[in-house]
Write a protein that binds this ligand. Structure first.
Ligand SMILES: [Cu+2]
Length: 288
Protein backbone atom coordinates (compact mmCIF):
# COMPACT_ATOMS: atom_id res chain seq x y z
CA UNK A 1 0.00 0.00 0.00
CA UNK A 2 2.72 2.41 1.06
CA UNK A 3 4.54 1.62 -2.17
CA UNK A 4 1.46 2.42 -4.20
CA UNK A 5 1.19 5.76 -2.42
CA UNK A 6 4.76 6.75 -3.23
CA UNK A 7 4.31 5.54 -6.80
CA UNK A 8 1.24 7.77 -7.09
CA UNK A 9 3.24 10.72 -5.80
CA UNK A 10 6.02 9.92 -8.23
CA UNK A 11 3.56 9.98 -11.15
CA UNK A 12 2.11 13.26 -9.90
CA UNK A 13 5.57 14.84 -9.67
CA UNK A 14 6.67 13.56 -13.06
CA UNK A 15 3.51 15.00 -14.60
CA UNK A 16 4.33 18.35 -12.95
CA UNK A 17 7.94 18.17 -14.20
CA UNK A 18 6.82 17.40 -17.76
CA UNK A 19 4.34 20.29 -17.53
CA UNK A 20 7.10 22.67 -16.38
CA UNK A 21 9.39 21.49 -19.17
CA UNK A 22 6.66 22.06 -21.77
CA UNK A 23 5.96 25.51 -20.32
CA UNK A 24 9.66 26.37 -20.55
CA UNK A 25 9.81 25.10 -24.14
CA UNK A 26 6.89 27.32 -25.12
CA UNK A 27 8.58 30.52 -23.80
CA UNK A 28 8.88 33.22 -26.43
CA UNK A 29 11.65 32.40 -28.86
CA UNK A 30 12.90 35.98 -28.49
CA UNK A 31 14.28 35.28 -24.99
CA UNK A 32 18.00 36.08 -25.16
CA UNK A 33 19.57 32.96 -23.68
CA UNK A 34 23.07 34.25 -24.40
CA UNK A 35 22.60 36.60 -21.44
CA UNK A 36 22.91 33.57 -19.18
CA UNK A 37 26.54 33.18 -20.21
CA UNK A 38 29.50 35.53 -20.32
CA UNK A 39 29.88 37.42 -23.61
CA UNK A 40 32.25 36.06 -26.24
CA UNK A 41 33.61 39.58 -26.55
CA UNK A 42 35.36 41.52 -29.28
CA UNK A 43 39.03 40.67 -28.85
CA UNK A 44 41.21 37.63 -29.32
CA UNK A 45 41.87 37.59 -25.59
CA UNK A 46 38.18 37.77 -24.66
CA UNK A 47 37.44 34.87 -27.02
CA UNK A 48 40.23 32.80 -25.50
CA UNK A 49 38.87 33.55 -22.02
CA UNK A 50 35.38 32.56 -23.18
CA UNK A 51 36.65 29.29 -24.69
CA UNK A 52 38.53 28.59 -21.48
CA UNK A 53 35.35 29.22 -19.48
CA UNK A 54 33.36 26.84 -21.70
CA UNK A 55 36.05 24.16 -21.47
CA UNK A 56 35.98 24.37 -17.66
CA UNK A 57 32.18 24.37 -17.67
CA UNK A 58 31.99 21.17 -19.75
CA UNK A 59 34.65 19.46 -17.63
CA UNK A 60 32.56 20.31 -14.55
CA UNK A 61 29.38 19.11 -16.29
CA UNK A 62 31.05 15.79 -17.18
CA UNK A 63 32.28 15.34 -13.58
CA UNK A 64 28.79 16.17 -12.27
CA UNK A 65 27.13 13.69 -14.64
CA UNK A 66 29.50 10.89 -13.61
CA UNK A 67 29.39 11.53 -9.84
CA UNK A 68 25.69 12.36 -9.51
CA UNK A 69 24.91 9.55 -11.95
CA UNK A 70 26.78 7.05 -9.77
CA UNK A 71 25.05 8.40 -6.65
CA UNK A 72 21.56 8.28 -8.14
CA UNK A 73 22.15 4.82 -9.61
CA UNK A 74 23.35 3.56 -6.21
CA UNK A 75 20.39 5.11 -4.41
CA UNK A 76 17.81 3.76 -6.83
CA UNK A 77 19.23 0.33 -7.60
CA UNK A 78 20.45 -0.59 -4.15
CA UNK A 79 17.73 0.86 -1.97
CA UNK A 80 16.49 -0.96 1.11
CA UNK A 81 12.98 -1.42 -0.25
CA UNK A 82 14.49 -3.50 -3.03
CA UNK A 83 16.08 -5.76 -0.46
CA UNK A 84 19.62 -4.37 -0.60
CA UNK A 85 21.81 -5.26 2.37
CA UNK A 86 24.87 -3.23 3.39
CA UNK A 87 28.15 -5.01 2.73
CA UNK A 88 29.75 -4.62 6.13
CA UNK A 89 32.73 -6.69 5.07
CA UNK A 90 33.89 -4.06 2.52
CA UNK A 91 35.70 -1.33 4.44
CA UNK A 92 38.82 -0.46 2.50
CA UNK A 93 40.18 -0.57 -1.02
CA UNK A 94 43.65 0.79 -1.69
CA UNK A 95 43.09 0.47 -5.40
CA UNK A 96 40.01 2.67 -5.27
CA UNK A 97 41.72 5.23 -3.07
CA UNK A 98 44.56 5.51 -5.53
CA UNK A 99 42.08 5.87 -8.39
CA UNK A 100 40.07 8.66 -6.78
CA UNK A 101 43.27 10.52 -5.93
CA UNK A 102 45.12 10.11 -9.20
CA UNK A 103 42.19 10.78 -11.55
CA UNK A 104 41.30 14.20 -9.99
CA UNK A 105 45.00 15.15 -9.92
CA UNK A 106 45.22 14.56 -13.67
CA UNK A 107 41.97 16.45 -14.27
CA UNK A 108 43.29 19.41 -12.23
CA UNK A 109 46.63 19.40 -14.06
CA UNK A 110 44.73 19.26 -17.35
CA UNK A 111 42.75 22.31 -16.26
CA UNK A 112 45.74 24.20 -14.84
CA UNK A 113 47.90 24.06 -17.97
CA UNK A 114 45.57 26.05 -20.28
CA UNK A 115 44.62 28.36 -17.36
CA UNK A 116 48.21 29.34 -16.63
CA UNK A 117 48.78 29.86 -20.34
CA UNK A 118 45.88 32.38 -20.42
CA UNK A 119 46.92 34.06 -17.16
CA UNK A 120 50.42 34.69 -18.52
CA UNK A 121 48.95 36.10 -21.73
CA UNK A 122 46.60 38.40 -19.77
CA UNK A 123 49.53 39.81 -17.79
CA UNK A 124 51.75 40.34 -20.83
CA UNK A 125 51.43 44.02 -21.72
CA UNK A 126 54.61 44.01 -23.81
CA UNK A 127 54.41 45.42 -27.31
CA UNK A 128 51.54 47.75 -26.52
CA UNK A 129 51.29 50.76 -28.81
CA UNK A 130 49.25 53.07 -26.59
CA UNK A 131 49.03 53.57 -22.83
CA UNK A 132 45.93 54.93 -21.16
CA UNK A 133 45.83 55.72 -17.47
CA UNK A 134 42.46 55.22 -15.83
CA UNK A 135 41.79 56.83 -12.44
CA UNK A 136 38.68 56.06 -10.41
CA UNK A 137 37.06 58.81 -8.38
CA UNK A 138 33.89 58.93 -6.28
CA UNK A 139 32.02 58.68 -8.67
CA UNK A 140 33.47 59.04 -12.15
CA UNK A 141 36.48 58.05 -14.19
CA UNK A 142 39.44 59.97 -15.55
CA UNK A 143 41.19 58.91 -18.75
CA UNK A 144 44.70 60.09 -19.58
CA UNK A 145 46.44 59.25 -22.85
CA UNK A 146 49.96 58.90 -21.54
CA UNK A 147 52.49 60.98 -23.50
CA UNK A 148 49.76 62.50 -25.65
CA UNK A 149 48.77 65.38 -23.37
CA UNK A 150 45.12 64.36 -23.56
CA UNK A 151 43.10 63.84 -20.41
CA UNK A 152 39.43 64.12 -19.49
CA UNK A 153 36.78 63.03 -17.03
CA UNK A 154 33.95 60.67 -17.86
CA UNK A 155 30.75 61.04 -15.86
CA UNK A 156 27.28 59.55 -15.90
CA UNK A 157 25.27 60.91 -18.84
CA UNK A 158 22.96 63.82 -18.05
CA UNK A 159 19.87 61.89 -19.22
CA UNK A 160 20.54 59.05 -16.75
CA UNK A 161 21.51 61.45 -13.99
CA UNK A 162 18.27 63.37 -14.28
CA UNK A 163 16.13 60.22 -14.40
CA UNK A 164 17.82 58.68 -11.35
CA UNK A 165 16.96 61.58 -9.03
CA UNK A 166 14.28 60.86 -6.45
CA UNK A 167 10.84 61.87 -7.74
CA UNK A 168 12.32 62.88 -11.10
CA UNK A 169 9.12 61.77 -12.75
CA UNK A 170 11.21 60.40 -15.64
CA UNK A 171 10.63 56.78 -16.61
CA UNK A 172 14.08 55.11 -16.70
CA UNK A 173 12.74 52.67 -19.31
CA UNK A 174 12.50 55.60 -21.68
CA UNK A 175 16.14 56.61 -21.18
CA UNK A 176 18.58 55.15 -23.70
CA UNK A 177 21.26 53.02 -22.00
CA UNK A 178 20.00 54.07 -18.58
CA UNK A 179 22.95 54.19 -16.11
CA UNK A 180 25.20 52.78 -18.84
CA UNK A 181 26.02 56.01 -20.65
CA UNK A 182 28.56 58.76 -19.99
CA UNK A 183 29.10 62.33 -21.12
CA UNK A 184 32.53 61.58 -22.63
CA UNK A 185 33.48 57.99 -23.41
CA UNK A 186 36.97 56.58 -23.51
CA UNK A 187 37.99 56.43 -27.19
CA UNK A 188 40.41 53.76 -28.38
CA UNK A 189 41.66 52.53 -31.74
CA UNK A 190 40.78 49.03 -32.97
CA UNK A 191 43.49 46.56 -33.98
CA UNK A 192 45.91 48.09 -31.48
CA UNK A 193 47.34 46.63 -28.31
CA UNK A 194 46.51 49.12 -25.58
CA UNK A 195 47.97 49.04 -22.11
CA UNK A 196 45.56 50.33 -19.49
CA UNK A 197 47.03 51.50 -16.17
CA UNK A 198 44.54 51.57 -13.34
CA UNK A 199 44.57 53.53 -10.12
CA UNK A 200 42.17 55.48 -7.91
CA UNK A 201 42.18 58.75 -6.10
CA UNK A 202 40.00 58.00 -3.08
CA UNK A 203 38.71 54.47 -2.52
CA UNK A 204 38.98 51.20 -4.44
CA UNK A 205 37.06 51.08 -7.71
CA UNK A 206 37.18 48.47 -10.45
CA UNK A 207 37.13 49.00 -14.19
CA UNK A 208 35.18 46.40 -16.11
CA UNK A 209 34.14 46.02 -19.73
CA UNK A 210 32.64 42.54 -20.28
CA UNK A 211 33.15 42.63 -24.06
CA UNK A 212 36.90 42.96 -23.53
CA UNK A 213 36.92 40.09 -21.03
CA UNK A 214 38.76 42.44 -18.70
CA UNK A 215 38.18 43.67 -15.18
CA UNK A 216 40.70 44.96 -12.69
CA UNK A 217 40.74 46.87 -9.43
CA UNK A 218 41.73 50.53 -9.38
CA UNK A 219 43.41 51.00 -6.00
CA UNK A 220 44.69 54.28 -4.50
CA UNK A 221 48.50 54.27 -4.36
CA UNK A 222 48.81 51.28 -6.68
CA UNK A 223 49.03 50.95 -10.43
CA UNK A 224 47.38 47.85 -11.83
CA UNK A 225 47.49 47.09 -15.51
CA UNK A 226 45.61 45.21 -18.16
CA UNK A 227 45.61 45.23 -21.92
CA UNK A 228 42.98 45.26 -24.59
CA UNK A 229 43.06 44.89 -28.34
CA UNK A 230 39.71 45.20 -30.06
CA UNK A 231 39.38 43.34 -33.36
CA UNK A 232 39.93 45.52 -36.39
CA UNK A 233 36.50 44.58 -37.76
CA UNK A 234 34.66 45.30 -34.53
CA UNK A 235 34.57 49.05 -33.97
CA UNK A 236 31.68 50.11 -31.76
CA UNK A 237 30.58 51.22 -28.33
CA UNK A 238 31.24 48.88 -25.42
CA UNK A 239 29.80 49.36 -21.97
CA UNK A 240 30.80 48.35 -18.49
CA UNK A 241 30.60 49.48 -14.90
CA UNK A 242 32.54 50.08 -11.72
CA UNK A 243 32.58 46.69 -10.04
CA UNK A 244 33.98 47.49 -6.62
CA UNK A 245 31.46 48.85 -4.16
CA UNK A 246 32.92 52.34 -3.77
CA UNK A 247 30.31 54.34 -1.92
CA UNK A 248 26.92 55.95 -2.36
CA UNK A 249 27.04 56.43 -6.12
CA UNK A 250 28.88 53.24 -7.02
CA UNK A 251 26.06 52.32 -9.39
CA UNK A 252 26.34 55.63 -11.20
CA UNK A 253 29.85 55.56 -12.68
CA UNK A 254 29.58 53.44 -15.82
CA UNK A 255 32.42 52.76 -18.24
CA UNK A 256 31.82 53.48 -21.91
CA UNK A 257 34.48 52.74 -24.51
CA UNK A 258 34.20 53.79 -28.11
CA UNK A 259 36.44 51.75 -30.40
CA UNK A 260 37.24 53.59 -33.63
CA UNK A 261 39.19 52.48 -36.70
CA UNK A 262 42.85 53.54 -36.41
CA UNK A 263 42.69 56.54 -38.77
CA UNK A 264 39.52 57.91 -37.15
CA UNK A 265 41.08 57.51 -33.74
CA UNK A 266 44.23 59.37 -34.79
CA UNK A 267 42.09 62.26 -36.05
CA UNK A 268 40.04 62.27 -32.85
CA UNK A 269 43.18 62.27 -30.67
CA UNK A 270 44.65 65.21 -32.61
CA UNK A 271 41.43 67.11 -32.06
CA UNK A 272 41.66 66.56 -28.30
CA UNK A 273 45.14 68.01 -27.93
CA UNK A 274 45.43 71.35 -26.15
CA UNK A 275 46.94 74.35 -27.91
CA UNK A 276 45.01 73.42 -30.99
CA UNK A 277 43.00 76.43 -32.02
CA UNK A 278 39.73 76.21 -33.85
CA UNK A 279 39.44 78.12 -37.13
CA UNK A 280 37.30 80.82 -35.55
CA UNK A 281 39.85 81.32 -32.74
CA UNK A 282 42.62 81.73 -35.31
CA UNK A 283 40.57 84.34 -37.20
CA UNK A 284 39.87 86.16 -33.94
CA UNK A 285 43.56 86.14 -33.00
CA UNK A 286 44.56 87.47 -36.41
CA UNK A 287 41.94 90.24 -36.23
CA UNK A 288 43.33 91.54 -32.92
CU1 LIG B 1 33.63 53.01 -8.20
Amino acid sequence: MANEGSMGNFKKYSAAAIGAALAAASLPASADWSLLNMPVGVSELSREIYDMHMLMLWICVAIAVVTFGAMILAMVKFRKSKGAVADTGFLHSTRMEIAWTVVPVFILIGMAIPSVDKLIKIEDTSGSELTIKVTGYQWFWQYEYVGEDVSFFSRLAQSSNEARQLDSGIDPNGVDNYLLDVDKPLVIPTGTKIRVLLTANDVIHAWWVPDFGMKRDAIPGFINELWISVDEDKPGTYRGQCTELCGRDHGFMPVVVKALPKAEFAAWLEGQKPGLQTASEVTLAQAE
